[in-house]
Design a protein. Structure first.
Length: 167
């Protein structure tokens, strides 16, 4: 978001006529930026135990979901219409078993040196990793739930650092 002359917040992806626009970042300095996003995939204990035991008909569920998350981060500008195409220098996707859920906690960390941030890339990585986990395990259970996808933190840029109260 940006501020107008009255100090009110406005959406940066809308022009003065209210039409969608890609934000011009050409005047910004290229700086290091990093974002971390998270989400979770909840399932039955039976499905969780089957995945943990490697008993999926489709193969390596967690490895496939991790690679899908990495690939998705790299494709964010092709998926989200007004996102800038960025040179990504680091993408780390972690899929952590959580027997208490039961299911998996997903975290993605994305870093670059660019004129704009990588929040959308981190969120996209988590989202697609979660969707892939669902796709890989849907033969075992259709009621798997994807939950709580959110930005945990971001560093760099004009708006400064952000740290969620959730983490």
């Amino acid at each position: 978001m940006t501020q107008d002359l009255t100090g009110d917040r406005k959406l940066s992806h809308l022009n003065t006529q209210g039409e969608a626009q890609m934000v011009d970042v050409s005047h910004k300095q290229s700086t290091r930026r990093e974002a971390i996003a998270a989400g979770q995939v909840r399932m039955s204990k039976h499905t969780f135990e089957a995945i943990e035991a490697g008993n999926s008909h489709k193969g390596n569920v967690l490895g496939t979901a991790k690679v899908a998350g990495i690939m998705a981060a790299k494709q964010t500008a092709n998926l989200i219409p007004l996102c800038h195409s960025l040179p990504l220098h680091k993408i780390d996707v972690q899929i952590i078993p959580d027997a208490e859920l039961p299911g998996y906690q997903i975290r993605a960390s994305v870093a670059t040196k660019a004129e704009t941030g990588v929040e959308m890339e981190a969120l996209t990585a988590v989202s697609v990793a979660a969707l892939t986990l669902y796709d890989m395990a849907k033969a075992l259970e259709k009621s798997i739930q994807i939950e709580s996808i959110c930005l945990l933190s971001k560093t760099g840029g004009k708006s400064g650092d952000y740290l969620s109260q959730k983490d």
